[in-house]
Design a protein around this ligand. Sequence first.
Ligand SMILES: Cc1cc2nc3c(=O)[nH]c(=O)nc-3n(C[C@H](O)[C@H](O)[C@H](O)COP(=O)(O)O)c2cc1C
Length: 178
Amino acid sequence: MARDTHLTGIERFFDPGEIIVSKTDLKGRITYANDVFQRIAGYGEAELLGQPHSIIRHPDMPRCVFKLLWDTLETGREIFAYVVNRCRNGDHYWVYANVTASRDANGAIISYHSSRTVPDRRVVEGAIVPLYRQLLAEEKRHSNARKGLAASFDMMCAVLREKNMQYDEFLFSLARAA
Ligand SMILES: Cc1cc2nc3c(=O)[nH]c(=O)nc-3n(C[C@H](O)[C@H](O)[C@H](O)COP(=O)(O)O)c2cc1C
C-alpha cells in the first residue's frame, strides 16, 4: 500500500492519564486499537483493523529502532521505546511505548501488545531527538537500504557499548537523569 508521508510539522499531545493501546498479529497487523489511539492518530477503527502498524510510521524514526523492537519481541522479551508517530493528516505525536508478546497455553507467541504513555519531554528533546537524527543520517548515508540499516544499527550498538549499557538500561538511565 502506498503510504502518504505528507507532514504538517504540528505536534499533537495527549493527557498524562491516558494510554494509547494497540494489539497486532505476529506480522504487525493491527487487531485492536483503543479510542485514545484512534483519536490521536486520527483514524477510525475500521481504517486501522487489518492494516500494518507502519500505517502510522513517521519518516523521522530510524529503521534500526524497529529492527531492535522486532528482534526483541521475537525472542519473547518486552521492549521500551520512544517513538514519534504520524497522524492521518500529517501531524505527529511522541510516545513512550512498552511492547510485549502474548503467549498461548503452550507458551507460543500469538500476538503483540503495545501500551504508550506521554513521554518525558526532557528525554525526548535532550536525548532521543538528537540520537534518532544521528541514526537516521547514518541510515541515509548509504544508497543501499540494507547497508543503511546495518550501519545505523551498528551505530546504536556503539553508543550502548560506549556507555556500557544494554538498550533498556540506557533508556531507564535517561529517565533518571532527566
Ligand atoms: C505491538 C506493536 C506495536 C507497534 N507500534 C508501532 C507504532 O506505534 N509506530 C510505528 O511506526 N511502528 C510500530 N510498530 C512497528 C511496525 O510494525 C513496523 O515495524 C514499523 O512501523 C516500521 O515499518 P516499515 O519497516 O514498514 O518501515 C509496532 C509493532 C508492534 C508489533
